[in-house]
Design a protein. Structure first.
Length: 332
C-alpha cells in the first residue's frame, strides 16, 4: 500500500441538466463518470483508453479537482482531495499537474513563453528574479526548446513546440503526478513519436507518475505499464500492458484491439475484425445492467438486468463481464 500514490474509490461525476428560465429545475443528469475505482503506483504510467465521450478526460480533470466529483474519493498519498477546499487544496495542487489535449487552446496568447512557464513558480512563490529566469530556461531546455525563446509568444510556434511548452509548464513545480490528457491527438503524426519519447524520458529522469489518457492504443502500448479500458463512464477492464494486448477478456477491449492495424499484411489478412453494432448510448440515459449489452455480440438476458462488477481473474487482470460467470454463450 505504501507504493500507491493515487487511489480512486467509487468516483462519480454527473452534470445536472436544468429546464426553465425563470425557475429552472433539474430534469436529469449526464452520467459522465459513474462509480469507477483504480489505483496508480508511484513511478507507474497507467493508460486510460476508450471511445470519445466515454468519460476519460472528465476522469482526469476530476482527479485534479478541476471538475469537482459528484461523489466518491480521490486519495492522493492517503488524503482525500474531494474533501479539500481553499488553501488546503491549493497546497496539494503543486504535486499534481496536467498536460492538456489542445496545445493551441491551453496557452495564453497574451503571455510570452517565459511568463507561461514561470507562472506556476510565481504563483507558489518558488523563485523570483534571476533565479526564476534561470529556472525557466532550464525547463525549456529539458523539453527540447531553445531557452532564447522565452520572449516569444505562443502563436510563433508549431503545435509540437506548443505542446513542449505545456509540458515545461507542467514540470515547473516538480510534481509527483501528471495527467496527460490525449497530449498527442492534436499533433501531426510525425511529431507524435517525438512527444511520446519526451514524456518517457522525463518520466525516467524525474521519476514521474502518469495517467496517460488516449484513444490511440498504439501510443498507450508504448508508454503504459497498466491499461484501464473505459466504456460509457465505467471501467470494463484493467490489466497489465502485456495482458491487455495479448489476452483481452472483455468483448469491448477485444473489439478495440481488432481495429488496430498490424504492419504485417499476412497477419493482418488473417485477423478477425470485430465490428460493433449500433452507436455509443447517451450518458444521459445509459442502458440498464451492463452498459455494453446494446452492442455486445455475446449479450445475454442476464446482462440487461445486472451490472457486472469489476472482478480480479488472476494476476491483477480485472474485467467486468458476465461471460466469465456462465458457460460460453452463443452470439445473438
Amino acid at each position: 500500500m505504501n507504493d500507491i500514490l493515487l487511489e480512486i474509490q467509487q468516483l462519480k461525476v454527473h452534470f445536472p441538466i436544468f429546464k426553465g428560465t425563470l425557475f429552472p429545475r433539474e430534469v436529469g443528469a449526464v452520467q459522465a463518470v459513474n462509480g469507477i475505482g483504480f489505483s496508480v503506483r508511484r513511478g507507474e504510467t497507467l493508460g486510460l483508453v476508450g471511445e470519445s465521450g466515454c468519460g476519460k478526460s472528465t476522469t482526469g480533470r476530476a482527479l485534479l479537482q478541476l471538475i469537482r466529483p459528484t461523489s466518491g474519493q480521490v486519495l492522493f498519498e492517503g488524503k482525500d482531495l474531494a474533501d479539500m477546499q481553499g488553501e488546503e487544496l491549493r497546497r496539494m495542487r503543486r504535486h499534481m499537474q496536467m498536460i492538456f489535449q489542445d496545445p493551441f487552446a491551453s496557452l495564453n496568447p497574451r503571455m510570452t513563453v517565459g511568463d507561461i512557464v514561470a507562472e506556476p513558480l510565481v504563483t507558489f512563490d518558488i523563485a523570483s528574479g534571476k533565479e526564476l529566469q534561470t529556472r525557466v530556461q532550464h525547463l525549456l531546455h529539458e523539453v527540447g526548446m531553445d531557452p532564447k525563446f522565452i520572449r516569444r509568444y505562443p502563436h510563433e510556434f508549431s503545435g509540437g513546440q506548443r505542446q513542449r511548452i505545456g509540458i515545461a509548464r507542467a514540470l515547473a513545480l516538480n510534481p509527483k503526478f501528471i495527467v496527460a490528457d490525449e497530449p498527442i491527438s492534436a499533433l501531426d503524426v510525425s511529431i507524435q513519436a517525438q512527444i511520446m519519447n519526451l514524456l518517457a524520458d522525463l518520466k525516467e529522469r524525474h521519476n514521474l507518475t502518469y495517467l496517460f489518457i488516449s484513444h490511440d492504443l498504439a501510443a498507450v502500448r508504448h508508454l503504459s505499464h497498466r491499461v484501464a479500458v473505459m466504456y460509457l463512464g465505467k471501467i470494463v477492464e484493467l490489466a497489465s500492458h502485456d495482458d491487455i494486448y495479448s489476452t483481452p477478456k472483455h468483448p469491448y477491449t477485444q473489439a478495440l484491439l481488432s481495429a488496430v492495424p498490424i504492419p504485417d499484411p499476412a497477419v493482418q489478412k488473417k485477423r478477425e475484425r470485430i465490428v460493433l453494432r449500433g452507436d455509443l448510448p447517451s450518458p444521459l440515459h445509459p442502458p440498464a445492467g451492463c452498459r455494453f449489452h446494446t452492442r455486445c455480440p455475446y449479450a445475454m438476458p442476464h446482462c440487461i438486468a445486472v451490472d457486472p462488477p469489476l472482478r480480479d481473474y488472476g494476476d491483477g487482470h480485472f474485467a467486468a463481464c458476465h461471460i466469465f460467470d456462465t458457460p460460453p454463450p452463443s452470439k445473438l
